[in-house]
Design a protein around this ligand. Sequence first.
Ligand code: SF4
Length: 178
Amino acid sequence: MDAKAKISKQMDLPKGMIRLSAPIESDNIVNGDGLRAVLWTQGCPNGCVGCQNPETWDYEKGHLAGIKDVITELSYLNGQAGLTFCGGEPFVQPKACKEIADYVREHFGWNVWSFSGFTYEQIKEFGGEPWEFLKSLDALIDGPFILKQRDLSLKYRGSKNQRLLHLEYGTGKILSIE
Ligand code: SF4
């Protein structure tokens, strides 16, 4: 299955809900700059060989959470610099992710990062809700995990093909690449 077919497998979610694979995390220092809250999303169509979280692949597993309840829980966290979406694949539930991203930016002053097994270019070409979610980010770590290119010395990434893209909020323009 090519990337376009994979990203087309958008998750069917009840209104106002997001599907998560784990409890909300805080004070995380390995998934972005500074102390961060992390939302672990459920569901991933990418099937990377060597994936460390294969239990997050199934679209029916994990648990449904109300977006409002997620935001309330995030509001109780102190001292966080931002929020990172990890997967699973956040870009198969981009509308729910964007709603949370926009809220924490506006109300908590947090920056927002996301991981994706898709590349920036694949998300841009697909357009629609995935691209709208990307435009609400400050940084994207993109691309699938490729076991043959694994490099544990990379900041926030697992394999050499993955990039840390700093983005212009609102336009999705790439400002710099690490
Ligand atoms: S994109 Fe991430 S969660 Fe999905 S298969 Fe690849 S490494 Fe695993």
